[in-house]
Design a protein around this ligand. Structure first.
Ligand SMILES: [Zn+2]
Ligand SMILES: [Zn+2]
Length: 440
C-alpha cells in the first residue's frame, strides 16, 4: 500500500485551509445547515461518491427551530444545485457518502459534525477570520467550535480515499452530521440503521482537552446529558387591583430554578445541572403568566443522568403546584455517556501515529458531552470498534467564544491521523474475523 508521506504535500495544506475558510464564511446552526449541506454534497458528488441525504438519513429529529426561523434562513439564501433540495430545506440536513471498493476489507465509518453556534462573530482587528476576510457572513451564526475545520478534514479525507480507491479495500462511509451543538443530530442519524455493519468508527474534535501539538487517541469521559425546555403557564391579572386572581408563572420558574440547582448531589459519580435561560413576564403592572426555561443536566453515566431527570420532573411539578400554574417539559436534545477504552485496539492505532512523530496520549477525558456517543455506542453494540481523537491546537479563545479561532496547522495533523488510521485499520482487519458481516 502507498505510504502516506508520498501523498502528503503542501498542496494538501492549502486545500484544507481554503476549505475551512470557505465553510467558516457561511456557518449555520443546527438543522439550518442548508448551504453547508449543499456545498458538502456537491464536493462529494464531484469525487464520484454515492451520496445519501434528506429524509433517508434521518429518523427522529430533536430540537428543531420553528418554521418561521427556517423560512427566514431559507429565504436569505440563493441556492442552486443539480439535485433536489426540497428535503434539505425542510431541515433534513447533513449528508452520508459511501464508497465501496468491492474488495474484501472492513467497513470504516467516519463522522464529521457540520453545524455552527448561535454567536455573533467578533469583528475585532486581531481576530484572524476578520483580518483575512473569511469571517461569518451570517448574523448570529459562527463556527466557534471548529466544525468548519471538521468539514474541511472530512471532505479532504473523502477526496483522497476516492483518488486511492484502486489501492484500497473494504467500504467507507462518511457521515457529515448536522446539529451536534445541543446534542440534537446524532440520534436521528443512528436511528436509520446506517451503522449496523460498521467494523471501525473514527471521529474527533479540534482542540478541546488536547494540548497544542498533542493527539489524543481514544478519548473517554463523555458525560450523559439531556437538554430540556420548560414552560410555565399561569394567569395574568392587574398587579394593583386584583393580584390575587393571577397565577404567577415568573415566581414558579424562579423558585424552580433555585431548587433545580440543589439537585446535583450523587455519590456514584459526578453530575451537573444548569438553568441557562429564564424568561418571564410582559409588563411591570401585570402578574406574569408565562415563563420559559432552558436547562441541561449531565451525569457521569446514564443512571445518574436518568435519576437527575426524575428529580427535575418532581421539582418542576412541585414548583408549578406551589404557584397554581401549569407546566410542560419538552426534551430538545440528549446524548449517552461513553467511558470505555479498548486499550489493545487504541494502543495499536496510537503506536502507528507515534511512528509518524506525533505526541500521542491515550484515554484522556473529553470532560463534556458530544452526541458522537450515540454513534460509538451503536457501532460497539453491533460488534465494531470505535475511536475518538482530540487534535490539540493553539486556540485564539476558548470554544464557543466570539473570538474562537484555531491554528490551521491542526487541519493537516488531523487529516494525517485519519489517513494513517485508515491504512492501519485495513491492515488490522485481516487479523480479525472479517466474516462477521456476511452482507458486505
Ligand atoms: Zn461546540
Ligand atoms: Zn464541537
Amino acid at each position: 500500500m502507498e505510504n502516506i508521506n508520498s501523498i502528503y504535500s503542501d498542496n494538501t495544506m492549502k486545500k484544507l485551509a481554503d476549505l475551512r475558510r470557505e465553510f467558516h464564511r457561511c456557518p449555520e446552526t443546527g438543522w439550518l445547515e442548508f448551504e453547508t449541506t449543499v456545498k458538502i454534497i456537491s464536493y462529494l458528488k464531484s469525487f464520484g461518491y454515492e451520496v445519501i441525504y434528506g429524509k433517508k438519513i434521518h429518523s427522529e429529529r430533536m430540537g428543531l427551530p420553528d418554521e418561521s426561523t427556517m423560512r427566514e434562513h431559507r429565504e436569505q439564501l440563493k441556492l442552486e444545485a443539480d439535485f433536489d433540495l426540497s428535503e434539505i430545506l425542510e431541515g433534513y440536513t447533513g449528508a452520508v457518502a459511501i464508497l465501496d471498493t468491492r474488495r474484501d476489507g472492513p467497513t470504516i465509518a467516519m463522522r464529521f459534525d457540520i453545524d455552527g453556534n448561535e454567536i455573533d462573530e467578533a469583528k475585532a482587528e486581531n481576530h484572524l477570520p476578520n483580518k483575512e476576510n473569511f469571517a461569518s457572513l451570517n448574523k448570529n451564526m459562527m463556527h466557534a467550535c471548529g466544525h468548519d475545520g471538521h468539514i474541511a478534514i472530512g471532505i479532504s479525507v473523502a477526496r483522497k480515499i476516492a483518488e486511492r480507491k484502486e489501492q484500497l479495500r473494504g467500504r467507507f462511509i462518511f457521515i457529515f452530521q448536522p446539529a451536534e451543538e445541543g446534542v440534537k443530530g446524532a440520534k436521528s442519524i443512528v436511528g436509520t440503521g446506517i451503522l449496523k455493519e460498521v467494523d471501525y468508527f473514527l471521529s474527533g474534535h479540534i482542540g478541546f482537552g488536547a494540548e497544542e501539538g498533542e493527539i489524543v487517541c481514544g478519548a473517554v469521559g463523555f458525560l450523559a446529558t439531556s437538554k430540556l425546555d420548560i414552560y410555565f403557564d399561569g394567569k395574568p391579572a392587574h398587579a394593583g387591583a386584583s393580584p390575587e386572581s393571577g397565577r404567577n408563572a415568573l415566581l414558579a420558574a424562579a423558585s424552580c430554578a433555585l431548587n433545580l440547582h440543589t439537585l446535583p448531589q450523587f455519590g456514584g459519580g459526578m453530575s451537573r445541572l444548569n438553568v441557562g435561560v429564564l424568561k418571564a413576564g410582559d409588563a411591570r403592572n401585570i402578574v406574569p403568566h408565562k415563563a420559559e426555561m432552558q436547562i441541561e443536566t449531565r451525569g457521569e453515566n446514564e443512571e445518574i443522568n436518568a435519576l437527575l431527570l426524575t428529580r427535575v420532573q418532581d421539582v418542576v411539578e412541585g414548583s408549578a403546584k406551589s404557584f397554581g400554574v401549569k407546566y410542560k417539559i419538552v426534551p430538545v436534545g440528549d446524548a449517552p455517556s461513553y467511558d470505555k477504552l479498548d486499550r489493545d485496539f487504541v494502543e495499536r492505532l496510537a503506536k502507528n501515529l507515534k511512528i509518524e512523530g506525533y505526541k500521542v496520549t491515550i484515554g484522556k477525558a473529553f470532560g463534556a458531552s458530544e452526541d458522537v456517543t450515540y454513534l460509538m455506542n451503536e457501532v460497539e453494540k453491533n460488534g465494531g470498534k470505535s475511536v475518538y481523537f482530540m487534535f490539540g491546537a493553539k486556540l485564539a479563545a476558548p470554544h464557543h467564544h466570539n473570538r474562537f479561532d484555531f491554528d490551521e496547522n491542526v487541519l493537516k495533523a488531523a487529516y494525517d491521523v485519519y489517513m494513517q488510521s485508515i491504512d492501519a485499520l485495513i491492515k488490522f482487519s485481516f487479523s480479525i474475523d472479517m466474516n462477521r458481516h456476511k452482507t458486505l
